[in-house]
Each structure stands twice: as structure tokens, then as C-alpha cells.
Design a binder for this molecule. Structure first.
Ligand code: PLP
Length: 230
């Protein structure tokens, strides 16, 4: 006997509620106030029909990894829902800096001088100042964006002194095939010695652990929205 394949109906509002609980638990375990940790709901590849219930459930901070995709979804949503905050968590190209500074409230992927120059110019021109994170390639993976850990101090200083940028924190994406804890610890250590307050680290698989290591921003996609197609 054959039966039809059941359709998996994922409920993003339920995913959001579960993630919020896990954040609260992790904060409690780490003796940190829940308000220390900002949940960035990563909505890349998902459309308005998946995002709307998450906004309705009170989520206000969202992350996208592509400038173009963000432009296709968020201006309309923002018109309808004042107070939304949009974070760019993916790589930024210099030729997209104008659009990115116009749209995003935070950029997690500052990682090279050409981006610093383009971002500094647009901040001046547009009078908008998104919160900036330097991305650190803690695993020194050749295919991955981010500054190498040994270059991070000099790069943060160059952002400030060379380009007049205020860097608020660091971001990392640990290698998929390694335990993330040492990468979170290293990122926290580099941030501390540079006087940087914010730490963007932790994704669906490891955000409670990242909170233990001091994450102030966790970037959670599939645990809220379900598996991404492709
Ligand atoms: C997609 C993405 C995430 C979210 O990943 P999940 O495993 O779905 O939570 C976080 N950070 C970055 C940089 C991403 O591109």
C-alpha cells in the first residue's frame, strides 16, 4: 500500500518561541540577563509568507545575507511594520555599499580595506551609521571571508584610525566540521583585548553554546524558519 508523502508544514512562530526559550535558558545558565542577547532571525531564502508570522509574534530584528534579496523583501515589510531592524550577515561588495548603508541597521561582515573605504564614504554621504562588526575567519579557512585572527587587532585599529569607522564588535562563523567552542572563545578574547562590546556568534546548531561564550547577537535561521530549500 502506498500513502501520499506527508507535507511537512513548518510553523515559524513555533520555531521562534522555541528559540526564545532556549536563549532564556542559556542566559540563565550563563548568569547573564536575557536582554544581553539579541536574536537575529535569519530570513534568507524565505518569503514574506514565512516572515510575516514571525513579525506578528513580536520579532523585530532580522538578518539577510544578500543585499539584492534584502531589497526585494524588506522595504515593503518595513513600511507596514515600523521599528524593524535589518542586519547584513553575508559578504558585502564595495559596489553594493551605497545600497547596503541605505538599507541595513547593522553590518556583520566588515573584513577588508576596500569595504572600509566604501562604507565610510556612504556613512558620510547618507548620514546613516549602521552598527559595524568585523568578521574574523577564526578557522583560517581559505574559502571563507573575514580577517585572520592574527590580523584582527591591526584591522580593527585601521578601521578606526584609517577610515574613522566605529567598530562595535566581532563576528565569526566557525568551520562546520570543528567543535565551535574554541572559535567562540578566540573571538571573545580578540574582542575583549580590543575593547569591543558586541559578539555576533552562534547559529541554529550552536547558539546556546555561543551565549555561554558571551555572544550578544545570535544569528538563527533554520531553527526558526525550517530547512532552506537548496
Ligand atoms: C545562514 C546564516 C546563518 C543562519 O544559519 P542557520 O544554521 O540556519 O541558523 C547565520 N549566519 C550566517 C552568516 C548565515 O549565512
Amino acid at each position: 500500500m502506498t500513502s501520499p508523502t506527508p507535507i511537512q508544514l513548518h510553523d515559524p512562530a513555533a520555531g521562534l518561541a522555541a528559540v526564545r526559550l532556549e536563549i532564556a535558558d542559556a542566559c540563565l545558565a550563563a548568569r547573564r540577563p536575557t536582554g544581553d542577547v539579541t536574536l537575529v532571525a535569519v530570513s534568507k531564502t524565505f518569503g514574506v509568507e514565512a516572515i510575516a508570522p514571525v513579525i506578528a509574534a513580536g520579532q523585530r530584528v532580522f538578518g539577510e545575507n544578500r543585499v539584492q534579496e534584502a531589497f526585494s523583501k524588506w522595504p515593503a515589510l518595513r513600511d507596514r511594520h515600523p521599528g524593524l531592524e535589518l542586519h547584513l550577515i553575508g559578504p558585502l561588495q564595495s559596489n553594493k555599499a551605497r545600497e547596503a548603508i541605505g538599507l541595513f541597521d547593522a553590518i556583520h561582515s566588515i573584513d577588508r580595506p576596500s569595504i572600509c573605504a566604501a562604507v565610510a564614504k556612504e556613512i558620510q554621504r547618507q548620514g546613516r551609521s549602521p552598527v559595524l562588526f568585523v568578521e574574523v575567519n577564526t578557522g583560517a579557512e581559505p574559502q571563507k571571508a573575514g580577517v585572520l585572527p592574527q590580523d584582527a587587532d591591526a584591522f580593527v585599529a585601521a578601521c578606526r584610525d584609517g577610515y574613522g569607522l566605529t567598530i562595535a564588535g566581532l563576528m565569526c562563523i566557525p568551520p562546520v566540521d570543528e567543535p565551535p567552542a574554541p572559535h567562540f572563545a578566540l573571538t571573545a578574547k580578540i574582542a575583549a583585548r580590543n575593547g569591543l562590546r558586541l559578539l555576533s556568534m552562534g547559529m541554529s546548531a550552536d547558539f546556546p553554546l555561543a551565549i555561554r561564550f558571551g555572544a550578544t547577537h545570535v544569528r538563527v535561521g533554520s531553527a526558526i524558519f525550517g530547512h532552506r530549500p537548496g
